[in-house]
Every structure is written in C-alpha cells, then in structure tokens.
Design a protein. Sequence first.
Length: 204
Amino acid sequence: MRSEESFQKLLRVKLDEAGLGYDETLPERLGRFGELLREWNTVHNLTADASPEAVVANIVDSLYPLTFVEQPDSLLDVGTGAGFPGLILAAAWPEVPAVLCEPRAKRAAFLRLAALEMGLYAVEVARVRVESLDHSPFGLISSRAVADAATLLELTARLRRDDTRLLLYKGERAEEESRYLTDRCRSEIRRRGKRQYLLVECSL
C-alpha cells in the first residue's frame, strides 16, 4: 500500500502541474492501475518502463486532452496495449461506455483485470483487431502509436458517425499526416512538449 500511496502523491503533483482538474477518486483508481502494471510487467513485459515516473508521465500524456476535449457519449480506443490512452481516459470518464480494442492476449487479460479492480464497469475489452470489431458507432475514437491518421480513418469507417471525433496521439509527423486527409475532414493539432494531439472529424 505504501508504494501505491507514493504513486498517488506523485500523480497528484504531475496532474496539478499539467493543469488537469480531477476528483479524488481518479488518483485512487490510477494508483491501483500503477500497482497492477508494475506487478504484471515483471512477468509479461507489457511496457518498456513501468517505473512510477514513467507510468505517471504516460498517464498525464493520456489525460492532457481533457483540457480541450469534451466528454463523449462513448469511447473506442484502438490498440490499448498496457492501458494508454484508452484505460486512462476511461478512468477519467467512468460512466462513459468504452471499448478497448487490443488483440494481444496478455495485454487484453491485463486490461480486463485492471478495469475490474479500478471499478470501471462501463469498460469492455475486445480482443480483436479494430477492422473486425462489430459495434455501433462511437462518439470518440482514440489511438496512440498504432497507425497513421488516414489508415485509422479507413479502419474505423464502420465505427464512426458524422460527429465522431478521432483523438490521435502523435509525434512530429502530425502535420504531415493531417495533409493526407480528404477535404471532408477537419483537423487541428494541440501540442504539449514533444507530443502532438491530432483531432480529426470527417463527414461520412
């Protein structure tokens, strides 16, 4: 418990530094997540660095879009991996129905356990590739380090409405990727350090 409390303390400091508001249940949920990730990573190698500092940095990176993205009515995260950003966004929006699409068995198993222990009962983990996901369209689709924007638009075409927004966690190629989008798409880029958040909305 001591390590979990230390993790929560560090998380609160970094959330405050990033200007992210939160209720007290969020650090508690994410503290449990951090402890579970540390435990699982010793056996399953879910992420390259599971130190408290690295995990907190990834959490803040995942949550920063809350400063400019409104809560959606539903969430799809493509390629959630060790939980970033989909599970972390779900922790901030616990009432929002969320599907975490993760085809790899060990990561999907971790996500299911973490969601359960974090009390995120609106989360569903789908162990399929997104192109095989059978679901009604979502309000927000997020993804980090899975594919370029144009490819993700193609893969998620069946899962989008006219008002669906894509929140893509990118690096220095965000502007280049946005230039390849069709004229039916509107896009904008928000920046935080080396991270570029590409927001896309396309009419069908």
